[in-house]
Design a protein. Structure first.
Length: 427
């Protein structure tokens, strides 16, 4: 405490009376989970405990994004001040009696503020002041400030009562904050569930059936909602369009962007655009509609049974693994930048002629970026080796074998991002 003063006699109320009244105040404020209501109740009943001419509860608000002056005070409940003057005050940590208490966590009684060098005048009539910290888990989250027009208005007895009340207010504030966090958590969980349902509804319900090919795709979701997406659409009896994509971000925005991608790409496919034209059209629509920090990686191809050819284009997606019947493998590296990044990106068609026994493994980066306990990524080379080991399996069984290898690499923890496979096997 910065000043030692002589205790004046209590004005009519004994310490027992004050403690009883303090208990009544605590009971009242503990019933509410509305922070503003709680603080107003405290201010409305405080005068019966400790007389004041002006009083306020000031909460410390910090913004980690600000390099300078990240913490300031916000008046949550005040009485007796000129609101305009208080608004213009803008006290920071360490400034004035309030700022000093917030910085040191030590209470202050000033019997004559005019003699106190750190006092900042927010009210011309004030002569004495008492400030107590509001502490939660050893951290000052606010201050309690009482001001009087009389000199030497506050005693150490008053300070003890104010400190007790401040400790109760801290408990209530913490309870309210925890309640608000719980509500926010439930709200986010609800959003994630909606996004997950959107994601699942967009995925095709079954694998495509195409003569001469065994085709399967599967998404292994994490608890988070990501933007992994795969789809196939029948163009003609002997042709299907197929896509695997990864939308940047997570949660509802990623799910909505996935829905936009699906609608745009399906529209382009039904019109009959070639693979590279479809990608260019979708790219422009995305560039026009999404935020600049959003993008989509995608591999899109048209598989033709008649000539055993896959015509494809790659917009920044992970290079597929192509396995030949003899076990040799290669990565199909050709492609361009992700969708939505630039307005007039040009995409090109590439052609792959398939032979019986060839296996094409499409995947998302949740596979290659899965980490073991040492922080090492699974990587595409391990994926290719696993595909080569299991390439004689059917498409769906191959997917399950590949995912088992990823789980083994992560020692059962699974990937931190969604894992999606799309396997095309020529028979």
């Amino acid at each position: 405490m910065s000043e030692q003063i002589k205790e004046p006699p209590l004005p009519g109320l004994t310490t027992t009376d004050k403690l009883r009244m303090l208990l009544d105040i605590t009971k009242k404020i503990s019933r509410s989970l509305d922070l503003q209501e709680v603080l107003n109740q405290v201010m409305d009943t405080l005068d019966s405990l400790i007389p004041y001419d002006a009083a306020g509860i000031f909460v410390v608000k910090c913004d980690d994004k600000l390099a300078e002056e990240p913490c300031v005070f916000e008046a949550e409940a005040v009485r007796g001040y000129d609101i305009e003057e208080l608004t213009n005050l803008h006290l920071k940590l360490g400034e004035g009696l309030i700022g000093q208490v917030a910085l040191t966590a030590e209470p202050i009684i000033s019997s004559d503020v005019r003699d106190n060098p750190i006092y900042i005048n927010a009210r011309g009539e004030t002569r004495s002041e008492m400030v107590a910290p509001i502490i939660s888990n050893t951290e000052v989250i606010g201050v309690f400030d009482l001001e009087s027009d009389e000199l030497n208005a506050y005693s150490t007895d008053d300070l003890e009562v104010l400190m007790l009340l401040a400790s109760q207010v801290a408990i209530i504030i913490e309870k309210v904050m925890l309640h608000e966090q719980m509500i926010e958590k439930k709200r986010l969980e609800g959003q994630l569930e909606v996004a997950r349902q959107v994601q699942l509804e967009l995925l095709p319900p079954k694998d495509p059936q195409l003569a001469g090919y065994d085709i399967s795709a599967y998404n292994f979701p994490t608890e988070e909602v990501s933007g992994d997406y795969y789809d196939w659409v029948k163009i003609y009896d002997d042709q299907i369009g197929l896509v695997i994509a990864d939308v940047s971000g997570k949660g509802v925005p990623a799910a909505l962007l996935m829905a936009f991608l699906r609608a745009s790409l399906r529209a382009a496919t039904h019109i009959g655009y070639s693979a590279h034209i479809s990608m260019a059209k979708v790219n422009y629509l995305l560039w026009e509609s999404i935020e600049r920090n959003q993008f989509v990686t995608a591999f899109y191809g048209i598989l033709d049974v008649s000539n055993k050819t896959l015509t494809y284009t790659n917009a920044g997606h992970n290079p597929p693994v192509l396995l030949k019947k003899n076990g040799d493998f290669s990565f199909m590296e050709r492609g361009s930048v992700p969708l939505g990044m630039f307005r007039d990106t040009r995409y090109h068609d590439y052609y792959l002629t398939t032979e019986p026994g060839d296996v094409l493994v499409l995947y998302t980066d949740g596979v290659t970026e899965a980490q073991n306990l040492k922080g090492e990524e699974y990587g595409r080379e391990r994926l290719a080796q696993s595909a080569r080991t299991n390439h004689r399996l059917g498409a769906r069984d191959l997917i399950m074998a590949l995912y088992s290898e990823v789980l083994e690499w992560t020692e059962g923890r699974g990937a931190t991002d969604d894992v999606t496979f799309f396997v095309i096997k020529a028979l």
